[in-house]
Design a protein around this ligand. Structure first.
Ligand code: ADP
Length: 549
């Protein structure tokens, strides 16, 4: 009989173990443990606390979910399971199993649905995993019921230690689920999937993201090679096959970019990387990652398109600028030629003919024709980067000529001209026509900047100065000025604020000045208007004679 009841008891314990081990959630496991403990001991009341003040499980594992930091179940239902301080100290801290007599006020069940009897017996066991107390099993009975026999306590501690192991499994299971969830999310966000491809069976196992990228139904698992192949762009398959064959034969790391076509025609660009490893089956497997690079490809294409467009714009603009400069530079001599030719005709038509005046007009025609030729030669040499035509020149005289040529333009724009030249400047070595182009450009920009100015005088000031080794030239206007935010961009090719501007003038000017070993910049403006300045080095002989003065 005794043996029979013992067998029966062992059977019950084995069943309880089985029930507990099947649970995969904290809630389910705690409830099952409590049910088994109450059932076996015959106690009417009890509870399981898995943490106290976030301490117990949280201490055992930092990743313990905070919302369960005070997880408990009880029977009958209570609002809280709170161990009296001395019990808590003995069970939780010292990991003792305690049976003791107590009164109702010492019950750990706070506000239970049914109040406990006045006198109670408490059985309290720690749930210990490795050295950590991860929770507590608490049972309570009326004082007269002698149910917590040594055998019962032994069975309870067996249940408690089995439950502690199961709680740990639940924790690991949850952590795994969470890690897996993070991985799936991470792969979704990063648009990359992982795969293992068995090189013997040609079957693949792949993550969810791979299924999305290759438009494969989730039920197909593992994925046969034919299914994978059917999604590869037919034009890209031969190269992919070749790369795979080579990688398999040499067992070297694999990396290949190709296109994937979905059943609805959507096309993706992917890159697959991988390396060879022995899989769980003992077969050689290619293990790696496939990334969806469709967006990156589109961005790269857009960048290439923009670059090509920009290059075309620069070419067109350069041609346009050249044409603009030619028109501007040639127009004045041409007008001069026509006027002189008309004058020449008039002298010849006089009665009597005035040959001397006619000759003078013809001479002016020749002079202006030469100027036009010089301009063209200068422009051509600039475009072709041809060697500059360096000569000893008087910078003041070169600037004055430009100002003379611009006289009409200044008058039309109601601009007053002021000059402030250092007449003691020595000659410099420079390409006269090109330097004149710089000055002309600065003057033209200055005039345009003053075109909208009302309420103050429009003044253009050209000045020159000299130091021991440099001459400096400034062109100042009283125009609209320059927004400090744009100061650095003025000299960039194609930067313009004018509707019909090309934005090449200043960049060409800077290039010319740099070629002369000088520097061109825009000065900080004090009130309104703008000053452009450039310096040019003196030639060696001028430098020496100036330093002697
Ligand atoms: P573009 O004349 O075709 O605009 P530039 O290279 O000559 O090209 O000049 C670039 C820009 O610099 C102009 O569009 C204008 O905004 C600014 N700029 C040049 N000179 C002046 C000036 N004297 N005053 C104010 N802004 C100027």
């Amino acid at each position: 009989m005794r043996l029979g009841s013992e067998t029966h008891q062992l059977q019950l314990i084995a069943e309880a173990f089985q029930i507990i081990s099947k649970e995969v959630s904290y809630q389910g496991l705690a409830k099952a443990l409590l049910r088994q403990a109450l059932g076996y001991s015959g106690a009417a009341r009890g509870g399981i606390l898995l943490s106290e003040g976030g301490e117990l499980l949280a201490k055992a594992d930092a990743s313990f979910p905070r919302e369960r930091a005070k997880f408990f179940v009880s029977h009958p239902l209570a609002t809280e399971l709170r161990l009296p301080a001395d019990l808590s100290e003995r069970v939780l801290s010292r990991q003792e199993t305690v049976i003791r007599q107590a009164t109702r006020k010492d019950s750990a069940l706070i506000n239970p649905e049914e109040p406990p009897p006045r006198n109670i017996t408490q059985l309290c066991l720690p749930l210990v995993h490795q050295e950590w107390t991860i929770g507590v099993l608490y049972l309570e009975s009326g004082r007269d019921e002698q149910i917590f026999t040594p055998r019962c306590v032994w069975v309870m501690s067996m249940l408690a230690s089995q439950a502690a192991v199961s709680f740990e499994s639940v924790r690991l299971f949850e952590a795994l689920r969470e890690t897996n969830m993070w991985m799936v999310k991470g792969q979704q966000i990063g648009r990359m999937g992982s795969y293992r491809w068995n090189t013997r069976t040609l079957l693949s196992r792949a993550s969810r993201e791979c299924y999305r990228m290759f438009d494969i139904d989730l039920e197909i698992n593992p994925v046969p090679f034919e299914v994978f192949k059917s999604r590869v762009h037919p034009n890209d398959y031969p190269a992919l096959e070749e790369a795979l064959t080579k990688a398999v034969s040499t067992k070297s790391p694999f990396s290949h970019e190709y296109r994937v076509v979905h059943r609805d025609g959507t096309m993706l660009h992917v890159v697959a990387v991988g390396q060879f490893d022995l899989g769980p089956s003992g077969d050689v497997e290619l293990e790696g990652i496939i990334s969806d690079i469709t967006d990156r490809k589109a961005a790269e294409q857009a960048l290439t398109d923009t670059r090509n467009e920009l290059a075309r714009a620069v070419r067109l603009a350069s041609v346009g600028e050249l044409a603009g400069s030619i028109i501007h530079e040639i127009n004045q001599p041409l007008t001069g030629i026509i006027m002189s030719a008309e004058a020449c005709l008039r002298w010849l038509e006089r009665n009597p003919v005035e040959p001397d005046e006619a000759r003078k007009s013809a001479m002016r025609i020749i002079e202006q024709g030469r100027r036009a030729t010089d301009v063209i030669t200068g422009l051509r040499s600039l475009v072709r980067d041809a060697p500059l035509n360096f000569a000893n020149i008087d910078i003041n005289e070169a600037i004055e000529e430009v100002l003379r040529l611009s006289k009409r333009e200044l008058e039309r724009a109601s601009v007053t001209l002021r000059t402030d030249f250092d007449r003691s400047l020595p000659n410099i070595e420079a390409d006269r026509v090109q330097l004149q182009q710089v000055v002309l450009n600065l003057v033209r920009n200055a005039v345009e900047a003053m075109s909208g100015v009302e309420g103050r005088s429009r003044v253009l000031t050209a000045s020159s100065r000299g130091t021991n080794d440099h001459v400096s030239v400034t062109i100042t206007d009283t125009g609209q000025g320059i927004d400090p935010a744009n100061r650095d961009r003025l000299f960039d090719a194609l930067y313009t604020t004018k509707g019909s501007g090309l934005g090449l003038g200043l960049s060409i000017c800077r290039k010319i000045v740099n070629v002369h070993g000088g520097r061109l910049w825009v000065e900080e403006t004090k009130r309104h208007g703008t000053t452009f300045a450039f310096v040019l080095p003196l030639c060696k002989s001028s430098r020496m004679s100036r330093s002697k003065q």
